[in-house]
Design a protein around this ligand. Structure first.
Ligand code: SAM
Length: 274
């Protein structure tokens, strides 16, 4: 039997289609999401509705974003869904979640078994809209969940950890084995809850600077920050804010990255006309 055919649909690799096929796991995920009537529930990548159907049973209305035209078509005509579902047939990376929250009249509760090939860029896209999001529950590769929750001084700690932990409180919810999907992925998965802070624990003046510093530091994670951040900070500037220039990217806490971002001084513009 072809392992890529599920409910008459041939799974498309390019859309990262691995469909959930385990009622116990599905029940646990829906219990973790705990959707309630009246909330602005949004699913990314509903696929063949493994999560959509049990969630829809608990609410009166939900919005789903699905890139695959065939799957979107099935959802629109699904007898148990068609009266309560709004299907946006679009790439989730192009969705303005602030506009969607405005349209739905409240912050969003977002969830999804995310296509693994775009899960990290998609989370960075969602971080741009954290003020419009109440919480997010995502199925991800276990390795990505480990990176999301990693603490400093560990191998898994990287740019994703710093940026995600800047915006959100993050809690792993459930481990999921490959056998829970059809077709089965090659890696383990896990569900994680990300709750954007209403008040950020450490606030930066310019998020683009935090983004740049973490990129520079972790692109050369084996080097000391004296070297990896040498273009952005002098040794004296690091020492002035009590950050040891001999540390490496993975030794700095989120708080220290924020401190760096707020002390970054852009090079003076030279005004040629002066
Ligand atoms: N939710 C279903 C389940 O749990 O069985 C399907 C999950 S499958 C891992 C990922 C789903 O995301 C597929 O339905 C796929 O077509 C959809 N998808 C892939 N890329 C997408 C994108 N950029 N925007 C929206 N949906 C996408």
């Amino acid at each position: 039997m072809n392992n890529r055919i599920h409910q008459g649909h041939v799974a498309r690799k390019r859309f990262g289609q691995n469909f959930l096929n385990d009622d116990y796991i599905i029940e646990n995920i829906v219990a973790a999401i705990a959707p309630k009537k009246g909330q602005a529930i949004v699913e990314i990548g509903p696929g063949l509705a493994a999560l959509t159907l049990p969630v829809a049973k608990r609410v009166e209305q939900l919005t789903v974003i699905e890139i695959d035209r065939d799957l979107a078509g099935r959802l629109i005509t699904h007898p148990d869904l068609k009266d309560k579902i709004d299907v946006i047939q679009q790439d989730a990376m192009t969705i303005n979640f602030k506009q969607l929250a405005d349209h739905l009249g409240q912050p969003l509760r977002v969830f999804g078994n995310l296509p693994y090939n775009i899960s990290t860029p998609l989370m960075f896209h969602l971080f741009e809209y954290t003020t419009a999001i109440c919480d997010m529950h995502f199925m991800l590769q276990k390795e990505v969940v480990n990176r999301l929750v990693a603490s400093p001084n560990s191998k898994a700690y990287g740019r994703l950890s710093v940026m995600a932990q800047y915006y959100c409180q993050i809690i792993p919810v459930l481990d999921v084995p490959p056998s829970a999907f059809k077709p089965a992925p090659k890696v383990d998965s896990a569900v994680v809850r990300l709750t954007p802070y209403q008040v950020l624990p450490y606030q930066v003046n310019d998020i683009n600077i935090l983004s740049r510093i973490t990129t520079e530091a972790f692109n050369q994670r084996r080097k000391t920050i004296r070297n990896s951040l040498g273009k952005l900070f002098t040794v004296t500037q690091l020492e002035d804010i009590n950050i040891d220039p001999n540390l490496r990217a993975e030794n700095l806490s989120v708080e220290q990255y924020c401190l760096l971002a707020n002390h970054y001084q852009a090079p003076q513009q030279i005004d040629k006309q002066a």
